[in-house]
Write a protein that binds this ligand. Structure first.
Ligand SMILES: Nc1ncnc2c1ncn2[C@@H]1O[C@H](COP(=O)(O)OP(=O)(O)OP(=O)(O)O)[C@@H](O)[C@H]1O
Ligand SMILES: [Mg+2]
Length: 239
């Protein structure tokens, strides 16, 4: 019991220290640049460059705050799920479409291999959409230009499995156990993505677990990564 409390306190301390660090570094840079502009260290003609950095850091802080607020909803007592019957194939198509612009810029194609015309599940549609969004967001971020990402739905033992497979940088073996932790980012990925907060997978995992389903990852450094999560299968004749 005492041990459990200690770990809980340690976790909380680690969490607060991570959050503080993530807030402090952009704030320090914003403060520094604004002061330098006010006291003339940065001349007026050079201000645009620094205003753009300030905007970038503000957007990052914004994203961080939103992710933290969202994660905060998934407490110990579980999330309130708004369960309904919906076609997961359709949700995947819609979510993939939101990435059209960035995929075009990076010449990345998303290939969909979906089982059946429609495939019904019982789940919280907006939260599951968020899971697919976070997985696709990572797949695109960590894939080289010109590569293909595959999203697949399969059915096995009354379960639907959704997988997102990329041919990107992969995740080093020693990082695989840590990617679900809040704020964790592998060293390999840091250079590729400066805006990430390390909360996307923590949120995805909380959502899948709150549905009493599972999410897993298989990855090889330099080859690619596959995330796979399950959903309940809803028979077409069920209401
Ligand atoms: N498809 C992937 N390929 C390679 N590495 C990945 C992939 N998905 C996740 N990772 C690794 O896991 C880390 C955590 O992912 P997560 O989505 O939680 O955070 P993030 O993408 O860095 O930030 P955020 O999602 O909050 O914008 C990433 O920083 C990266 O190191
Ligand atoms: Mg992410």
């Amino acid at each position: 019991m005492a041990n459990e409390l200690n770990t809980l306190e340690d976790d909380q301390r680690k969490f607060v220290s991570n959050v503080s660090h993530d807030f402090r570094s952009p704030l320090t840079s914003i403060k520094g640049y604004v002061e330098a502009m006010l006291d003339g260290t940065i001349p007026t003609e050079n201000q645009e460059k620094y205003l753009k950095i300030i905007l970038f850091e503000t957007e990052r802080l914004n994203k961080l705050t939103e992710s933290l607020l969202e994660l905060n909803k998934y407490g110990k007592r579980g999330v309130m799920l708004d369960i309904s019957k919906f076609d997961i194939n359709h949700t995947i198509k819609m979510t993939a479409q939101t990435f059209e612009g960035i995929c075009k810029d990076k010449r990345i194609s998303i290939e969909l291999i979906l089982t059946g015309q429609t495939l019904f599940t019982n789940a919280d549609i907006s939260k599951i959409q968020r899971v697919i969004y976070n997985l696709l967001d990572n797949a695109i971020k960590f894939s080289p230009p010109g590569s293909t990402i595959t999203v697949e739905t399969t059915v096995k033992n009354e379960k639907i499995f959704v997988s997102v497979n990329d041919r990107g940088i992969g995740i080093p073996k020693e990082s695989l156990g840590k990617i679900w932790e809040r704020f964790y980012k592998s060293d390999l990925s840091r250079g590729k993505d400066k805006t990430g907060t390390g909360l996307g997978l923590a949120i995805a995992r909380e959502i899948v677990l709150s549905h009493k389903e599972n999410i897993n990852v298989i990855s090889t450094e330099g080859v690619g990564t596959k995330f796979i999560f399950s959903l309940p299968l809803c028979n077409q004749e069920d209401e």
